[in-house]
Design a protein around this ligand. Structure first.
Ligand code: ACO
Length: 330
């Protein structure tokens, strides 16, 4: 059974934080951030806006495009690297906000790989025949987990959300193949170490800023370049395809240099790669839908195009999903 995307919606908070704004906050420059990351600006949520607010808005937009009522949703999968609370799940909070009164659901956590993992999971539920409509939401208010005094990390991240509605789309369309991998030996390379069971909230945690993102940028960079190519090739191989068959590479937007190096390794020309990191920074689980929606709204993706959605991040975790695109009827 072909299972694919029948609606997509995204949202970013209106407040923009530019590289020039950051120059006033830490010892950095627009030039350094632009050259090293490709980021020019990012959106930051106001203090009264939570990840579930952005996620609910993105979900309603996706449902509208899909012409699906909230009551028709069977399953909600929410993925995030900036949890609202440990429990209840954000799936439950968003279920209530959007009035999806017949839905079950859960949160699926896999840092920046979360959107790809959740899309694959949602598609399997539909393939099993047990459910008809799945809502997948990636939503982030990462700005709450950023140490705004740490120039190594605070220039990278932004807030936003993206959602897709999944349903049967016809034979030959939708999710064709996928690949998901973990390497927990790299768990310390990128983490929010404090505030949960291992390092519960304490004065020590706050003093050492363990409730903020800690990252070994160089190692994460090398890992990301390597796995972006590897997982894309693995998924394509499972589908009997090669990188030359790809119409669009839609990678997690972490750093323009990671994206360019990954595409080069695959031999994919840069005009076939979705790039919008300059506007949003790294929005973790929201970055792939934010990049995909832009291509869809600009009419750049044609019926039958082959897409590879590629995620990578903390865990370490990485993965890809290859889809044959079915045009969304307007
Ligand atoms: N402004 C100016 N200088 C800076 C800044 C900044 N914002 N940040 C770091 N520097 C300095 C460093 O201190 C260092 O100075 P030093 O040589 O005197 O020590 C110098 O710039 C070079 O630092 P590097 O770390 O080597 O810089 P690099 O070219 O590797 O770029 C970066 C750093 C952008 C963080 C890069 O390593 C990267 O993008 N890594 C991947 C990060 C990532 O994508 N993380 C998210 C993964 S997804 C998820 O799961 C959340």
């Amino acid at each position: 059974m072909g299972v694919g995307i029948i609606g997509i919606g995204t949202v970013v908070p209106p407040r923009v934080l530019t590289n020039y704004d950051l120059e006033k906050m830490v010892d950095t420059s627009d030039e350094w951030i632009t050259i090293r990351t490709g980021i020019k600006e990012r959106h930051i949520a106001d203090s009264n806006v939570n990840p579930s607010d952005l996620g609910a808005e993105a979900a309603l937009r996706a449902l509208k495009m899909a012409k699906v009522e909230p009551e028709e949703v069977d399953l909600i999968i929410v993925t995030s690297a900036s949890l609202e609370m440990i429990f209840p799940s954000m799936a439950a909070v968003i279920q209530n906000k959007i009035g999806a009164k017949n839905a079950g659901g859960f949160d699926l956590l896999s840092a920046c790989t979360g959107f790809v993992s959740s899309l694959i999971t949602g598609a399997q539920f539909i393939r099993s025949g047990d459910v008809r409509t799945v809502l997948v939401i990636g939503t982030e208010v990462l700005s709450r987990f950023v140490d705004w005094e740490d120039r190594n990390t605070c220039v990278l991240f932004g807030d936003g959300a993206g959602a897709v509605v999944l349903r049967e789309v016809g034979d030959g369309y939708g999710l064709i193949s996928w690949d998901l991998k973990l390497d927990g030996s790299g768990a310390d390379l990128l983490a929010i170490p404090g505030g949960c069971a291992k390092n519960p909230c304490s004065e020590e945690v706050l003093k050492n800023k363990l409730h903020y993102i800690k990252m070994n940028g160089r190692e994460v960079f090398k890992f990301s370049v390597r796995v972006l190519g590897e997982t894309t090739e693995e998924s394509l191989k499972k589908a009997g395809l090669t990188p030359a068959d790809l119409d669009w590479l839609i990678p997690h937007q972490a750093n323009i240099r990671i994206i360019e190096a990954g595409a080069e390794r695959l031999g994919i020309p840069i005009d076939k790669v979705a790039i919008n990191i300059h506007k949003y920074g790294n929005t973790s689980t929201a970055s792939i839908p934010l990049a995909l929606e832009e291509l869809v709204l600009e009419g750049k993706i044609k019926d039958g195009d082959v897409l590879a959605l590629v995620g990578f991040g903390a865990g370490l975790s990485w993965g890809s999903a290859v889809l044959r695109w079915k045009n969304i009827e307007s």
